[in-house]
Design a protein around this ligand. Sequence first.
Ligand SMILES: *[C@@H]1O[C@H](CO)[C@@H](O)[C@H](O)[C@H]1NC(C)=O
Ligand SMILES: *[C@@H]1O[C@H](CO)[C@@H](O)[C@H](O)[C@H]1NC(C)=O
Ligand SMILES: *[C@@H]1O[C@H](CO)[C@@H](O)[C@H](O)[C@H]1NC(C)=O
Ligand SMILES: *[C@@H]1O[C@H](CO)[C@@H](O)[C@H](O)[C@H]1NC(C)=O
Length: 276
Amino acid sequence: MLLLLLLQVSASCLWLGQGEVVTSFERSCPQFFFRETPPNEALEPESPVWICQSYKNQHYFATLYDQERRIPVYSAYLYQPGPGKRPKTWLVEPQLMGSTYPKTMEREWTLLKYFNVSLEQLSKSQAILQDYKNLTGLNRGHLNPSGHHHNASSRTATFTLTNIVPQDAKLNGGAWNNYEQQTMMRKTQGCNTTYVVVGAVPGSSSIAKGRVNRPSHLWSSACCEVDTKHRKAWGVIAENDRNEVELLTLGELEEVLSQLYGREKVSLFDSDCPRD
Ligand SMILES: *[C@@H]1O[C@H](CO)[C@@H](O)[C@H](O)[C@H]1NC(C)=O
Ligand SMILES: *[C@@H]1O[C@H](CO)[C@@H](O)[C@H](O)[C@H]1NC(C)=O
Ligand SMILES: *[C@@H]1O[C@H](CO)[C@@H](O)[C@H](O)[C@H]1NC(C)=O
Ligand SMILES: *[C@@H]1O[C@H](CO)[C@@H](O)[C@H](O)[C@H]1NC(C)=O
C-alpha cells in the first residue's frame, strides 16, 4: 500500500509536476507578476527560497520565502475574489526539506505518516503549526488571503504556513482585514486584472523560542490593468503592533520600503505601473 502510494506520488511528480521550489519565478511561474516581472532584488534575504505555490498539481501563487527567519518575504497573486468557505486545513512545503519531497503542499501529518519525515526534520526547514500555538496578541496572518480567491482549491492553497507571518491579532482582524475586504473591493472597481504583491518587513523579535521572526510591518501593493492603455496602482503599510493601515501611492510605498530594508531602491512592479 505504502509503496504503491509512494510510487504514485513520485510518478505524478515526474510527469505532471511543474516544480515548486524553483530557481526563478520568471522561468517557472511568471503569470503571477505584472508583465511577468517580479520585484527587484532589494527585498531578497540571505537565505531566499523561490516557491511556485502548488496544490493538486497546479500553481496558484508565488512566494519568496526567508528560510532563516521562517517567514515569507512576499507573496504575489492575482486578485480574484469570490464567495465560499474558509478552508480549515493547514499545509507546509515539503520541498523546503529537499527536492526529493513532493512538489505540492501537504499536511504535516501526511509527511510524517507517508514520507518517513520527522517533525524535527520538518521544523528545521520551515515554521510548523506548533510554532503558532500559545501566542498572545498575535495570530497567523495570511499574506495572500483566502478571500481573494474564487474557488476551493485556490483558497486552500493560501493555507500554507509559507504564506503566514505572526501578525498582531487586532490588526489582522481589524484594519488589515478591512483593507483586504472593503478597500480592495473599492479600489479595484473597473479593473480587468489586478496583480498583488504583499509582504512583511522582518522585525527584531521572534516567537517560538526564536524560531520564527515577528515582522515589524506588513505591506501590500496592487497594480491594476483597466484596459490595455490604462493602469492604476497603490500601496498600504501597517506597523505590526497597532490596528492601523496607511494608504500610499505605489511610489511612496517603494520609498518607505527602501528605507526599511536599507538596501538598493525597492521596485515592486514593472515600470509601466504608475508610481503616483
Ligand atoms: C526513515 O528515516 C530514518 C531516519 O532518517 C532512516 O534511518 C530510515 O532508514 C528511513 N526508513 C525508510 C524506510 O526509508
Ligand atoms: C502553552 O501555554 C500553557 C498555558 O499558558 C502552558 O502551560 C504550556 O506549557 C505552553 N506550551 C508551550 C508549548 O509553550
Ligand atoms: C480554480 O481557479 C483557478 C484559477 O484561479 C483554475 O485554474 C482552477 O482550475 C480552478 N479550480 C477548480 C477546482 O475549479
Ligand atoms: C481583460 O483581460 C483579459 C484576459 O487577460 C483580456 O483577454 C481582455 O482583452 C481584457 N479586457 C480589456 C478591456 O482589456
